[in-house]
Design a protein around this ligand. Structure first.
Ligand code: FES
Length: 159
């Protein structure tokens, strides 16, 4: 997606997504997922379009979009690294791993590095509990992530 998508483009593209999915039972989540797939995040202007198409208030749509960690309200970096924060991973050192990632990248959760290369996000169980701590790098799950392994991953995405 271009960085300079106009509000008209957002309205048009989100409207088309709504038209395609509005007939589903419980269409809001599928629409939000599709909008994020389209833009990489949920643009501010998308909320009003979705609300109008589904006959909901903007606040209702915003409430759902902000409730789920999966939905972003900002364009992510070129690479997205998610670190699991759920119980099994926490028991295996995920907090220390996350702090290491934050320190190396100089970001907090859901922030993007200054060069717009990496976004760090929390995730709550990747189904890889037996290989904790787990992470996801650009959609690919990785288990037994040590600090050294994370450093190698960060070096790869930086190159
Ligand atoms: S708790 Fe982290 S993958 Fe399940």
């Amino acid at each position: 997606m271009s960085l300079s998508v106009t509000s008209e483009e957002v309205t048009t593209r989100v409207g088309a997504i709504c038209d395609g999915l509005a007939g589903l039972e419980g269409p809001l989540l599928p629409i939000l997922h599709e909008v994020q797939e389209e833009f990489g995040f949920i643009p501010e202007g998308a909320l009003q379009t979705i609300a109008k198409k589904l006959n909901l208030s903007r606040a209702e749509v915003h409430g759902v979009a902000s409730f789920y960690h999966d939905f972003r309200d900002k364009k992510p970096g070129k690479h997205v690294i998610k670190i699991c924060r759920a119980e099994a991973c926490q028991a295996m050192g995920a907090d220390a791993l996350a702090n290491h990632a934050k320190h190396k990248l100089k970001v907090d959760w859901s922030e993007t590095t200054a060069n717009h290369n990496v976004t760090l996000e929390p995730v709550f169980c990747l189904g890889l509990c037996a290989c904790a701590p787990a992470a996801m790098v650009d959609g690919k799950v990785v288990g037994r992530v040590s600090k050294d392994r994370l450093d190698r991953i960060l070096n790869e995405v930086e190159s």
